[in-house]
Design a protein around this ligand. Sequence first.
Ligand code: NAD
Length: 361
Amino acid sequence: MNKKIAVLAGDGIGPEIMQGTLRVLNVIAQKFNHHFEYLEGKIGGQAYEIYRSHCPVETLQICHDADAILFGSVGGPVNEQHLAKWKNCELNSILKLRQHFNLNINIRPIKVYPALITSSPLKAEVIHQGVDYLIFRELSGGLYFGQHEQFIADNRRSAKDECIYLEEQILSIAHAAFKAAMLRTKKICSVDKANVLATSKLWREVFNETAKTYPEVQLTHMLIDNCVMQMIINPCQFDVVVTENMFGDIISDLAAALPGSLGLIPSVSLNKEGRGLYEPSGGSAPDIAGKGIANPCAQILSAAMMLRYSFGMNTEAAIIEKAVQTIFAEGIVTKDLLRNQEKWVTSTVLINALIANINKH
Ligand code: NAD
């Protein structure tokens, strides 16, 4: 298969972990007789230096020309002098791409690797049955896209934020989540605040109606306040979790803490036509950038998701995911996963081990 991939490495650790990820993709291409063409574009602070825009039209064009977008991270070097120009880096680049391509569904897999159970902040007895679930977050509606206003009412400072959901926005993510559940354990937990919010009541109605199309899938509903508690006290119960924009923003960061490092968590934002932007869940990590110690796994696993969701290369994706699990079991980990002074390896050594493992298959 021939595929074009827009490669937006970005700032901080972005370029170093992207480089390793492309090495892994090249090994997969060679093994399976694919041809991946990388179209490199500037994004974030790196783009601002050249184009005076965090997401220039040149980069958008590259993304249009590609079959999928592989994104690193943004957030240029932060210092007082440059603060103003970097401040909106993330907002201006990721949100612009999400809006430009109408990316309405974000999927974040949350997995605690058996070999890394001690890296999780949760006790082993809480997670020993296995934490492995997907969070589906609606990206195009809700509070973040309503009118926001501060005003004076009766001489008192006041503010309001508008929250709107359209049936079609809910239907789109509902079908995506049900389809994913069909391929897993056929269990969905939809998270809302239907005891209070009108948007949540509509959300629940649409989910109940959609469930009739997928009779094999067991749909349950959970209120957001209970959900955040359950994700800590009993995270093993979840398989596919689906929720609206702001709740998803919050629970996906809460859940990101469970595996023990941001460097482990990939994600994808998809639109209705299946175009995807694949990115690690963390940012540019300026505290460790350039030291060769960043964990490249979130970026590599994002590339694996790209193979699966955008290119239908399930076997190739599974080989990468299995290799990551195997090297962890062999004790090959980067510094972020170690609490004490145990043995850790650099990003390059980890990638070499991963490639060696992939080549064994
Ligand atoms: P961050 O995610 O960059 O870093 C938080 C902590 O996690 C740091 O200690 C960092 O070293 C660690 N970390 C993150 N990724 C890691 C990896 N792959 N390996 C090892 N450790 C890793 O968040 P921050 O420090 O709050 O933000 C830094 C910059 O990144 C800011 O400019 C912010 O706006 C931006 N940001 C960008 C994105 C994105 O590109 N999607 C997301 C979040 C933050």
